[in-house]
Ligand binder design. Structure first.
Ligand code: ADP
Ligand code: MG
Length: 325
């Protein structure tokens, strides 16, 4: 039992994040944007869970809710077995030593008026590493660990390229020895030529620091490069979750099939490209039954009425689709 608790770093149970929508002078509640609508998964120590899905499906909201940058509407988030939805301010501060986030836009986490050394050092001060000398030494170490020169600590963010700024973002995240990093599309804003360098850096530090990642991407080829397991999200829900090998060799959900078929290097041999019909529907008014059914190329009559549950089809391979129930 003890061992199990040690190994499961993060356990998410039926997590929901709704944004209420109101109208008129009296702010009448007319509905909810169901950005995250009942999500469950685990992340073990040193695990890399890749999370993919089209823009607007709720990936960032999920990541931010785990860190309690957004308050969850309901559900449980257990970190090392402790429910963090109930933490007070002090507890949250401690939690943020253990879980860090890297954003898509590295500028979002850097103050343009602060030297990057101070930006990295700030994280150390917040977490009570206040001795100036010790802090500067640690900043220099961190900068070198992410492939920058320690001497650049006195420079300002605008003096760095996008890739370098993302390295600084990574150094900031690493500053206080976290256990879990939520990386929210960390390379999407970078030139393709730089993306691989940053991904390789993230793989290296994952090994070196024994980190776990929730690695969010909209690009399956990035996920294939990084993840141990892959989860596909659609309109606030998990459609499929499996180990990487199984996921790419034996995709089950029609949405996964469509996503894979859209990437030439990942398209299963002998299969046609599957074009997704229309746009992602609004999370304010998700379709009835299976929320993917209006765009599905394998839709059944039942899919219009009944919502499929996420079930384990084979060891570690979960899918929410009536084709398999
Ligand atoms: P993704 O990261 O997958 O692109 P997001 O998590 O950013 O998706 O958004 C999911 C849905 O929630 C979108 O429909 C978005 O418009 C909505 N949303 C996100 N943040 C808010 C907010 N603060 N208020 C209202 N709706 C929001
Ligand atoms: Mg996002």
């Amino acid at each position: 039992m003890k061992q199990m608790l040690n190994h499961e770093l993060l356990q998410i149970r039926n997590l929901k994040k709704y944004y209420p929508v109101t109208t008129g002078l009296l702010s009448q509640h007319i509905g909810d944007i169901k950005a995250v609508d009942g999500i469950s998964f685990n992340i073990k120590e040193r695990d890399i869970l890749g999370l993919v899905g089209e823009s607007g499906c709720g990936k960032s909201t999920l990541g931010r809710t785990i860190l309690r940058l957004e308050e969850p509407t309901s559900g449980e988030i257990l970190y090392k077995g402790m429910d963090i939805t109930k933490l007070d301010k002090k507890g949250l501060r401690e939690l943020r030593r253990e879980i860090q986030i890297i954003f898509q836009d590295p500028d979002a986490s850097l103050d343009p008026r602060m030297t990057v050394g101070d930006s990295i050092g700030e994280a150390l001060i917040i977490h009570s590493i206040t001795d100036e000398k010790e802090r500067m030494k640690r900043v220099a170490e961190l900068m070198e660990q992410v492939g920058l020169e320690a001497g650049q600590a006195s420079h300002y963010p605008h003096e760095f390229s996008g890739g370098q700024k993302q390295r600084i973002g990574i150094a900031r995240a690493l500053a206080i020895n976290p256990k879990l990093i939520i990386a929210d599309e960390p390379v999407s804003a970078l030139d393709v030529s730089i993306q691989a360098q940053i991904l390789n850096l993230m793989m290296d530090i994952q090994q070196e620091f024994g980190l776990a990642y929730l690695f969010i991407a909209h690009d399956l080829s990035v996920i294939k490069h990084m993840a141990h397991r892959v989860a596909v999200m659609y309109l606030g829900k998990i459609a499929e979750l499996a180990d990487r090998r199984e996921f790419f060799q034996n995709p089950l959900h029609p949405y996964t099939e469509a996503l894979l078929s859209a990437v030439p290097s990942l398209k299963p041999k002998g299969k046609e490209r599957i074009l997704l019909l229309g746009d992602v529907p609004s999370p304010l008014n998700p379709p009835s039954g299976c929320r993917f059914h209006p765009r599905c190329h394998r839709v059944l009559p039942i899919c219009h009425q009944e919502e499929p549950q996420l079930v384990e089809i084979s060891q570690g391979h979960f899918v929410a689709c009536h084709l398999y129930n």
